[in-house]
Design a protein around this ligand. Sequence first.
Ligand code: ADP
Length: 603
Amino acid sequence: MARFRSRLTLIFVLLIGVSVLAAGIYMASSFKSNHISQLEQNMSREIMLIEQTLQWRNEPTSASAMAFYTDWSKKLQDTTGARVTFVTLDGTVVGDSISEVSQMDNHLDREEIKSARESGLGSVIRYSDTIKQNMLYVAAPIHDSKFEGYVRLAMSLQEVEQSVRELWAYLGMGLLVLFLVATLVSYRIAYNLTRPIENMTRVAHQIAHMDYKARAQTTGTDEIGQLGYAINAMADSLQLQMAQIRENEGRLRTVMEHMINAIVMIDDQGEIVLINRKAEQMLGIKNKASLGKKFEEVRVPYELAEMTQEVIERKLLVHDELTIYYPEERLLDVNVVPVYYSEQEWAGVLIMLQDVSDIRRLERMRSEFVANVSHELKTPIAAVKGFAETLMNGALNDPEIAQSFLQIIHDESERLNRLIGDILELSKIESKRVPLQFSPVHMPSFMQQAVEMLSKEADKKHIQVSLQVDEDMYIEADEDRLRQIVLNLLSNAINYTSDGGQAKVVAAPLDVNEDGDYERIQLTISDTGIGIPKKDLPRIFERFYRVDKARSRGSGGTGLGLSIVKHLVDSHHGTIKVESEIGVGTTFTIELPVLQDHHTDIR
Ligand code: ADP
């Protein structure tokens, strides 16, 4: 812009300079020509005066006449200040105020004489070799009865030239001053003209660099002012559009980031243009590293890359299930969709991945559960059926056998009843159909009651059950469910401990602070029983999992107790751990929050 300003200034200055110079030249030349024509007029008048006042002599070429004319020419030079020459019709010089006439050549072909002869007055400017100056020669014909010829006056132009030179000096100085003033004024005008343009250019640059808050100063309603308004209106609309785009982008990003499915978009160049967090997690790739990269350069499962390639080539949707092993084993439901901007404009590929590992696992678990349930039910039913048939086939007649068979049938149906009860219970808890009823539970009395409920069984096996619980300990829990937890664990402790063993129940606060407050409690139920082998420990909370079917069945267990316990502890937002050593004993440790967060119950 500074260049534009200096260009504009230069143009102004040149224009002014040229016009001033032209005016100067015109002035000087018209001054000079005026001067000269004035001189010419004077000289022609002087010639006329000479013609009329001089006492002309006959025979001008005679020596006396020549002396006469020479004499007169000198006198006349004194009064007119001009060189005076008398020339006869044939061109002979008969008198001259400066040169010796005898030395002078014929003047007939002199320009001024020629034009005097032709037009009555001749005037010419010529360099005189005699005087070495520019001279103005004016000649006029003389028609006197005694003299036929010409009178020529010559005047030096030195004076004229001198005054023209002086004029030029003044003019030059004036020009210089004018030039300087013009430069200053032009610069100022150029500055005022270009400043708003500079301002707008800066604003346009700022807008181009995404600073949409920049606005041009708007002054006046001329074209530049209008341009300023137009730029500002453009910035307003850009700002609005950008805000809308950002808002939409933000919404899209939020949706993408919170989607439970993975999304990857590849453009028509095969580059990744969009990838959400879930996709990064599922495929084990990093956003920063993958965005803008060619899809084939990013490490993805081979089958997925093949599917994508197929869609790119055939432009048809591909849907399949895929097991991936990195970063972890997962079963994915894959949809690779070809995307078009408009009907024919190919935009790329959209890959949508859904992790169906859990769904498939649940489906598998459900079918396994049905198989397990059927299997578990089959054994007691077969026993009941078998013994009933034996009874019908005659065993009924033997009262002793009949009694023992009926006892077995009774025990098996009891077991069946328990099994069905546990299955129903478990499915109820799992489906969360019955919401928990949280209320404050006074732990000492509650634990005491639970221990007493199993005292008969414990006494039967001479197992000593000890209880240790802090006075005034309260927790918020569903009392019935909490009882179920304690009874299940305690009955296991009694069941899997040989006669004369010990079982211990301890309830204590956890992480007590200086004021004696605590947020969690710990419940441990331990025994000195047979213990659980290390390899089985991770699986004992699974449904129907029993360490040793024989010993469990002997105890009348269903293999569902610990599974129910685990679910109930989870629904109380607690944790359960088990430690065990074969032949030494087993300890179950439960940690529960004192207060329940009611908002998280709706799960
Ligand atoms: P069950 O109804 O068969 O007792 P559980 O789910 O309660 O089923 O227990 C699962 C398995 O864990 C049991 O079969 C048993 O072998 C083992 N187990 C549970 N508690 C104890 C314990 N206190 N001591 C030893 N083994 C135990």
